[in-house]
Design a protein around this ligand. Structure first.
Ligand SMILES: Cc1cc2nc3c(=O)[nH]c(=O)nc-3n(C[C@H](O)[C@H](O)[C@H](O)COP(=O)(O)OP(=O)(O)OC[C@H]3O[C@@H](n4cnc5c(N)ncnc54)[C@H](O)[C@@H]3O)c2cc1C
Ligand code: FES
Length: 257
């Protein structure tokens, strides 16, 4: 898939929690968005840091020619992105990476899909859920956070499919981690997961025990985003691979976890 460098204008910027915000972006010149698969990401350039920062594509609206990025303030680069006023420009390289599997041989009407997100890792699951529902799959979202105040996108996910919630302190949904949720009592055809590495490892272990196909989206440190600098390498059963170009989505059977 051809990658492009495009100037986007920030149409809206809204803080959803004290540390996470959503940017809605449109190409400055009105050119149509490229084809974007769920689970792909962008590399955003900002002035305060030398290297572009990788951010998952949270949602795509081809009719409005907009895409949305859910950003957690993790340091200088993301703080600058969240602090830019509406109307500012951002230079973005996209679309990057492979994305989640949603081909017709895997997703059929009635396929039971569990989409598990932790924190800002919920971002790529929104667009994925929308596409899976359009293909007739039976989607369940499962999202986890430390407290109810840190939960993200629950209302938006609820407009697509049922949402199960866990919080570490029990302030909303079931108390515990996502792997403790009672949604796991049901059977699924496939699990898609994105979140902090310990959470994804726990989900992968559970999916293995339940013998269900599982894909995870890795967030290794990245620089070029194009497979050139080798700073995002992950050890897999096929040897070392660049997460930016071969991933970020991997079937757990490919990983050495
Ligand atoms: C494929 C992918 C998708 C991502 N999607 C999202 C998303 O949708 N929303 C979101 O908020 N964050 C996402 N991240 C994480 C985000 O890229 C980092 O939080 C961001 O790069 C931090 O940059 P900073 O300048 O704000 O912080 P820094 O001050 O540079 O660092 C703060 C923390 O971020 C980590 N970090 C720094 N640079 C990178 C980098 N280039 N790649 C990965 N981690 C880094 C550091 O280890 C450190 O722990 C994603 C990362 C990857 C690899
Ligand atoms: S980020 Fe440069 S090779 Fe992956």
């Amino acid at each position: 898939m051809k990658k492009q460098l495009t100037d986007f204008i920030i149409k809206t910027s809204e803080m959803l929690t004290p540390s996470c915000g959503m940017l809605t972006l449109m190409p400055v010149d009105g050119s149509p968005l490229p084809e974007i698969k769920p689970g792909q990401f962008v590399e955003v350039a900002v002035n305060s840091v030398m290297l572009r920062r990788p951010i998952s594509i949270c949602d795509v609206d081809y009719e409005a020619n907009e895409l949305r990025l859910l950003i957690r303030n993790a340091g200088k680069g993301t703080s600058e992105m969240l602090g830019l006023p509406e109307g500012s420009k951002l230079n973005i390289l996209l679309p990057l990476g492979n994305g989640f599997t949603f081909s017709d041989d895997v997703v059929q009407p009635g396929s039971r899909m569990l989409l598990v997100g932790g924190g800002v890792g919920t971002a790529p699951l929104l667009y994925l859920g929308r596409i899976l529902r359009r293909k007739g799959a039976e989607v369940t979202f499962l999202t986890g956070a430390k407290t109810s105040a840190e939960l993200l996108l629950v209302d938006e996910m609820e407009r697509i499919a049922p949402v199960a919630v866990t919080t570490d302190d029990g302030s909303e949904g079931e108390k515990g981690f996502v792997v403790d949720s009672t949604v796991w009592q049901k059977d699924y055809d496939r699990v898609y997961c994105c979140g902090p590495a310990p959470m994804m490892k726990a989900v992968a272990a559970l999916a293995r025990r339940k013998e269900v196909e599982c894909e995870v989206s890795l967030e290794n440190m990245m620089a070029c985003g194009l497979g050139a600098c080798l700073c995002c390498v992950e050890k897999t059963v096929k040897g070392n691979v660049c997460v930016c170009s071969e991933g970020p989505v991997f079937n757990i059977n490919e990983l050495t976890w």
